[in-house]
Design a protein around this ligand. Structure first.
Ligand code: MF3
Ligand code: CO
Length: 251
């Protein structure tokens, strides 16, 4: 069942989203060769607690960390670890903030030190694909319009869209209906309605779209070892169009 949120619920989720966006801006300043994803995870855990919030992912279906930290060919759900990040790495930090019971979810791929041209281009195209989909996120559009906006754009650039993970409805729990695939056909799927809150979170690979699961049962990585990037926002569908609840530029 898809739950529609009231204006009040959306404004509480927006408060969670603003805190999340501020935390991402702090993370951006910390990312340097030598720092570990364990240190970033600890920072996020402390930052949220200091601001009266909690990391919703910790304990979710047995997941043990505040953040997911996925490096290079890891697509998503990487575990924070004690291994220093190296110059040229890509690292995606993904977390869900719970502020007064309201949730917000956003992932961002960061470059460590100086990136190769191919890594930079992947990040740019992946971020742009997210914003292309967001422009479609208004009442009357369909879920297929979102996936189409992403897939048509990234495939024209020679990249592929991960199909094994999707965006989702959000709040009061992390994963709600509807499922939001990042590929699809225009005019297909359910219609978006005012009051829906969804995530859009394209995971884009340089090589093949297929993923394989690590032995830890969580972490997905590309089958061919190529780089993967991901940008995710939480979006409210309002009568005036999409509102990005986790926008970093607005905080
Ligand atoms: N933030 C993730 C998403 O975008 C959810 C991760 S669930 C966890 O869907 F358990 F891995 F944390
Ligand atoms: Co997320």
């Amino acid at each position: 069942m898809i739950t529609l949120k009231s204006e009040r619920e959306i404004s509480l989720m927006h408060e969670a989203g603003k805190l999340l966006a501020k935390c991402h801006k702090e993370i951006a300043k910390m990312i340097k060769p030598g720092i570990t994803t364990k240190e970033i995870d600890q920072f996020v855990d402390d930052y949220l607690k200091k601001h009266g919030a909690t990391p919703e992912q910790k304990g979710y279906q047995g997941y043990q960390y505040a953040t997911c930290a996925s490096i290079n060919d890891e697509i998503c759900h990487g575990f924070p670890r004690n291994e220093p990040l190296r110059d040229g790495d890509l690292v995606t930090i993904d977390f869900v903030v719970n502020l007064n019971g309201a949730l917000a979810d956003s992932a961002w791929t960061y470059g460590v030190g100086s990136l190769s041209d191919e890594a930079k281009e992947l990040c740019k195209v992946t971020e742009q694909s997210l914003y292309r989909a967001i422009r479609q996120a208004k009442p009357g559009k369909r879920i297929g319009d979102l996936g189409f906006a992403i897939q048509s754009y990234v495939e024209a650039k020679g990249y592929s869209v991960v199909r094994d993970f999707a965006g989702h409805g959000l709040g009061p729990t992390i994963h709600e209906e509807p499922n939001i695939p990042h590929f699809g056909m225009q005019g297909r799927g359910q219609r978006l309605k005012e009051g829906m809150v969804i995530t859009i979170e394209p995971m884009i690979n340089i090589g093949a779209w297929r993923s394989q699961m690590d032995a830890n049962g969580w972490t997905a990585r590309t089958v061919d070892g190529t780089l993967s990037a991901q940008y995710e926002h939480t979006i409210a569908i309002t009568k005036d169009g999409p509102v990005i609840l986790t926008e970093q530029e607005s905080v």
